[in-house]
Design a protein around this ligand. Structure first.
Ligand code: HEC
Length: 110
């Protein structure tokens, strides 16, 4: 009895750590790409999803099905998007920033 209570306590502690620890760590090493993604893209693509067109998420499976495979493909879509997505010109997102966002997408959403 006592032993199972202890196990439960440890498990609870681990869960709490997982819940509170992970976002804090993520925020600490949040890079430029992530920051820009949160600012410009996450409204419609929360967690790499797509709240407007559900078949066009940022996950590799959808991207590949839609022929969006490389950094260049992603940048091209920012400059010249499909229906329902806002256009991001160079005055809004510079070439360097666009690259950082594309890198972030490719390495983050699996
Ligand atoms: C106003 C909502 C909105 C915003 C903001 C938005 N998108 Fe989109 N995005 C969409 C929609 C809608 C589509 C699907 C367009 C289509 O049908 O071709 C899409 C598609 C995409 C795709 C293709 C995904 C696939 O599987 O075909 C990429 C990549 C993408 N967006 C990247 C971005 C990036 C990067 C940003 C931020 C710089 C961004 N989007 C901001 C709505 C948005």
């Amino acid at each position: 009895m006592k032993r199972s209570a202890l196990i439960l306590l440890v498990l609870t502690a681990v869960c709490l750590l997982a819940v509170t620890g992970v976002p804090a760590k993520g925020a600490a090493k949040q890079g430029l790409g992530e920051k820009l993604f949160m600012k410009h893209c996450s409204k419609c693509h929360p967690n790499g999803g797509n709240v407007v067109t559900v078949t066009k998420t940022l996950n590799p499976k959808d991207r590949e099905a839609n022929n969006v495979k490389t950094e260049g493909d992603i940048i091209k879509l920012m400059r010249n998007p499909g229906p329902g997505m806002v256009k991001f010109g160079k005055n809004v997102i510079s070439e360097k920033d666009a690259k950082a966002i594309a890198e972030y997408i490719l390495k983050t959403f699996k």
